[in-house]
Design a protein around this ligand. Sequence first.
Ligand SMILES: C=CC1=C(C)c2cc3[nH]c(cc4nc(cc5[nH]c(cc1n2)c(C)c5CCC(=O)O)C(CCC(=O)O)=C4C)c(C)c3C=C
Ligand SMILES: [Fe+2]
Length: 499
Amino acid sequence: MAAESIAMLPYTISSSDHHRLLPRVLSVSHSHCSAALSRNCLSSSAQSSLLFSNHSLRKCLPPPLKALVTADTQIANTTPLGVDDRVGVLLLNLGGPETLDDVQPFLFNLFADPDIIRLPRLFRFLQKPLAQFISVLRAPKSKEGYAAIGGGSPLRTITDAQAEELRKSLWEKDVPAKVYVGMRYWHPFTEEAIEQIKRDGITKLVVLPLYPQFSISTSGSSLRLLESIFREDEYLVNMQHTVIPSWYQREGYITAMANLIEKELKRFDLPDKVMIFFSAHGVPLAYVEEAGDPYKAEMEECIDLIMEELEKRNITNAYTLAYQSRVGPVEWLRPYTDETIIELGQKGVKSLLAVPISFVSEHIETLEEIDVEYKELALKSGIEIWGRVPALGCEATFISDLADAVIESLPYVGAMAVSNLEARQSLVPLGSVEELLAAYDSQRRELPPPVTVWEWGWTKSAETWNGRAAMLAVVVLLVLEVTTGEGFLHQWGILPLHP
Ligand SMILES: C=CC1=C(C)c2cc3[nH]c(cc4nc(cc5[nH]c(cc1n2)c(C)c5CCC(=O)O)C(CCC(=O)O)=C4C)c(C)c3C=C
Ligand SMILES: [Fe+2]
């Protein structure tokens, strides 16, 4: 961004060298970030200036930005809420198929997302045919999983309930906000939520991804979508917003997680002998190592904070973290949950408490993968007593803390002036979404696709243009086979699928 635009901002970071790099939206997600001050901003038209201690501001920031904050960092905010302001909160989530018929189109939406499969620029035109191909191939396996949990994902119902509880909590805290749900891959889609936000005349929007930790593949993908929606819409360009990118470090969230763990431990005969097993959804290793996804660092810090909280309660159990739900042949974050369970069994661990940690609702990967598959694996591996901590859902401490996070973020909504066309086009609409994404994923590098279709072809050894062209031809032929139901494989009876 040009230096002149920075100078015009009412909300600036005055720390010497690095202020330009610090997204203006990030500093609001820790309860140390003065809630009282934020409340004052609701009723006051006076300018406010937030002074953070080095420690508390650093705690508010994701790892790549922490290094930028020095002891004298100051954030000045000049945009309190006005009487005509209508506040909205947009909860972002993944979405899930509600019926078995929804599974394949849901998977298509997921694999058509360039933040899930990033093709080389030249081959972007193949994104949708590939998504069609992979979703058709994967659908039968996914359907089995969804059938086992009642025929569909519970995500919509749970997220709607969380939205309603959050709305009530905000009203109880004197913030009359409307709360919307925007899903990335299924109904209610983010686009639908945005339409409602426009109809309701929201003037200030807090964007709150329902993922405690940030990943390019989850919150990042939803923000990328918002960025494109905002950019193309005159109303949204002018609507002020702020994003709470991740909130795993908030005291309320940590307390709520520790409460759940403490409660489940009590169900075991020998609670202090139980291994606490944090199982996080994985991401391909390249997201972290090549694209700079902060997900692993945030996950590890999150677990440290939960264990610190438990230690304060004299709970000092052994614990470990592993990553579940990998898809396809590429390397994902290690250690893998299944391998770790087997190892723990071999080492003689007898009691294990599984803690799903990357998501705040029950979903297919807690209800089927953990409760059925991993439990079975654990019992086969010599673990005798198995327990599982429920997802947070509408737990009261958690919802109240989310409400506080929203309130604390309000002074930052629209804290940046948009005064020229160049800024309006390059910022979304006030720069926050885009700058947030830039902090993690600035180059948007191509990433090895994490999906099965690549197992037989697109490997490192095939990274010459000739090899790619040959594989593409095969993929195109297969896509045509699957979508038209005609071709060599059908003629030979190898692929009996029909469109
Ligand atoms: C923090 C949570 C999640 C991350 C990170 C994540 C990355 C990621 N996921 C896939 C592929 C699939 N995910 C699927 C379902 C699914 N994913 C998450 C969360 C994260 N995903 C949730 C909560 C769900 C379940 C939604 C529900 O309906 O209950 C699926 C579909 C299910 C299946 O077939 O297994 C796929 C496929 C990739 C490739 C990825 C990172 C690149
Ligand atoms: Fe996933």
